[in-house]
Design a protein around this ligand. Structure first.
Ligand code: AGP
Length: 608
């Protein structure tokens, strides 16, 4: 996944491109580059490594004069990070420059064809094929040339293209990869993600697959997939600029953890009206809802962990089987899907390739799909039959926090709405759940208000090499997420085990001093977990227990205790994950890691 930006207007382009690329770096940060038109020629500056190196090399863009340009920050897929593999890519004649986010699946045969036509290539990327394809398909009109070129492409792409022959223009197109157009006063923009241009404009248009846009300082011309010009509505984004900047916190992750009460409020409140659960007017056919016989929840990473809690909620209230699948497995295991099934796809970014494929697999089998997504206008949001947004706002840090908690809240809302439609929750039960959901933001605020104990525990354990999480039922699903958070930002080996499963193998890894984080926040299985705590302590483990307020007994079996208030069994994980997120954050920060951009990871994995 990469970040692209484009600017055409009266101002010097390079400083504007650099500033926006800074806000896009979470999308990929192994190399960066810019192309700017000056004196009817395209100047390219690019290099391997963090964006700051490019800024230094161009003296913050001052060495790259010109008022029209495109920029890119890269997450390598084809060709390892290097100067030649970084974007933009020039065509052989230097007349076209291209920045790209996505993967061209048929780039090899295209490259072979172009080589036979005498074109040469400097990089191992799929993208450079597009630059030379522009030259090969040249129609003497940038927009028409781009339309001709993309006809050859298979795969996912968001493209920004410059032509030395049209010095004021930027052409852009998207297919299965996010692209937004920004309308300014006498200047216009293309960008991969809205937050990166919020300080430049608040009027944006979401590009649809196959649409082409031609920008110049005065205006934007949109072409549909048939090459016909059409008018496109823009909408006003009311996110505040600070949403895209760290709001005074050292890391986006801390800012986003502390935003969870607001994100939960934004996600929950609009869905409860006059004592009824309403899901943004999703026109769910009541007869179909009543006939629903099974739910499949499909996702990746933390979204999959949220899905496991969704299974608990839906099975508990609807009494129908719920399967939870990792998308990369689901898409190839030929799942049994029937018209009276529902497939729920969960994704913060809405662009995760395996989740998109799972969605298309389900749709291909004529099964209704509902997406729980955070990014407005993302591929999954647009392609699902129904979309329930988590209103968490932009999430920049790679390690999801508010994305996860709002997904669990959205699953609770979905459960209540379906149970309400099926008459499976009494008025009293619905009211109870409504009150509990509406009380969540304040309860989360309280848990997030004091970090002292978590910080202290992080300082005791930040240099451990192996850390185990154990739990039963919802606490096991929670420990999966707690362990993932720790792994992805602290680089400490960690695994989550069903507490009752330890004695069937993994307990052999426990030795004196091994840290075991035991979760006992669910009342139903707490006693069982206590005996598992005693099992590991007997092997010399140091136990940090996460439990409920007023659970005195656990003090006697654990070395350290973290407490959360009790809400209810179903919603408890939304509170209980908060100290685990904080623990992971402080351990990572104490290890001096780049908390927001952990190594080897990207915010949204748009490749299979
Ligand atoms: C979680 O912190 C990770 N960023 C990762 O596991 C993530 O949850 C996964 O890639 C799914 O992303 P999505 O929710 O955007 O689809």
């Amino acid at each position: 996944m990469c970040g692209i930006i484009g600017y055409t207007g009266p101002r010097q382009a390079a400083p504007i491109l650099l500033d926006a690329l800074k806000k896009l770096e979470y999308r990929g940060y192994d190399s960066a580059g810019m192309a700017v038109i000056s004196h009817d020629a395209i100047q390219v500056r690019k290099m391997r490594g963090r964006l700051q190196l490019l800024a230094n090399m161009t003296r913050d863009g001052r060495d790259l004069p010109g008022t029209v340009g495109i920029g890119h920050t890269r997450w390598a897929t084809h060709g390892e990070p290097s100067y030649y593999n970084s974007h933009p890519h020039l065509s052989n004649s230097g007349r076209f420059a291209v920045v790209h986010n996505g993967i061209i699946e048929n780039y090899r045969p295209l490259k072979d064809m172009l080589i036979q036509k005498g074109y040469t290539f400097l990089s191992a990327t799929d993208t450079e094929v597009i630059s030379n394809l522009m030259e090969y398909c040249d129609q003497g009109d940038l927009a028409r040339t781009l339309m001709a070129a993309v006809k050859h492409l298979q795969g996912s792409y968001a493209l920004g293209v410059l032509s030395a022959d049209e010095p004021d223009h930027i052409a852009a197109v998207r297919q299965d990869s996010p692209l937004i157009v920004g309308r300014g006063e006498g200047e216009n923009f293309i960008v991969s993600d809205i937050p990166a241009i919020l300080n430049l404009t608040r009027d944006v248009c979401l590009m649809k697959d196959g649409e082409v846009a031609l920008l110049d300082p005065k205006g934007i011309t949109f072409y549909n997939e048939y090459g016909e010009i059409f008018e496109k509505e823009s909408f006003h984004v009311d996110w505040d600029v600070s949403a895209a900047e760290k709001g005074g916190y050292e890391h986006f992750m801390m800012k986003e953890m502390m935003e969870q009460p607001t994100a939960l409020k934004e996600t929950i409140r609009p869905r409860i009206k006059d004592g009824r659960f309403v899901l943004d007017g999703l026109q769910l056919d009541p007869e179909w809802v009543k006939s629903l016989s099974m739910v499949h929840i499909v996702a990746c990473g933390s979204a999959y962990h949220a899905g496991r809690l969704g299974k608990n909620l839906l099975e508990g209230r609807l009494g129908i089987p719920v399967d939870v699948d990792i998308a990369s497995e689901f898409r190839y295991r030929h799942p049994i899907l029937r018209p009276d099934h529902l497939v729920v796809i969960i994704s913060q970014s809405g662009e995760t390739a395996d989740s998109i494929a799972a969605l298309r697999e389900a749709k291909g089998k004529g099964v209704k799909t509902l997406a729980i997504v955070n990014v407005v206008g993302s591929t999954i949001a647009r392609e699902a039959d129904y979309t329930l947004y988590t209103w968490a706002g932009p999430e920049i840090a790679v390690a999801t926090t508010k994305g996860y908690t709002t997904q669990v809240a959205a699953l609770a809302l979905l459960t209540c709405c379906l149970a309400q439609e099926r008459g499976q929750m009494s008025g009293e039960e619905l009211q109870q759940m409504e009150a509990l959901l509406l009380s969540l933001p304040d309860a989360a605020e309280e848990v997030l208000s004091d970090h002292k104990e978590v910080q202290h525990l992080a300082s005791l354990f930040f240099n451990h090499k192996d850390i185990f999480f154990i739990g039963r039922g919802i606490d096991y699903s929670l420990s999966l997420e707690g362990s993932l958070k720790l792994k992805e930002i602290s680089y400490i080996h960690s695994e989550a085990q069903p507490a009752g499963e330890l004695k069937h193998g993994a307990i052999s890894l426990i030795q004196p001093g091994t840290l075991v984080i035991a979760l006992a926040t669910g009342k139903r299985l707490r006693d069982k977990t206590i005996s598992n705590i005693q099992e590991v302590r007997a092997r010399g483990a140091v136990v940090l227990a996460l439990c409920l307020e007023h659970d005195e007994e656990i003090e006697s079996v654990a070395d350290h205790v973290l407490r959360v208030p009790f809400l209810c069994e179903e919603l408890q994980p939304i509170l209980a994950i908060l100290p685990l997120q904080l623990f992971a954050y402080y351990v990572a920060a104490l290890n001096g890691n780049d908390v927001d951009k952990p190594r080897n990871l990207a915010k949204s994995v748009t490749v299979e």
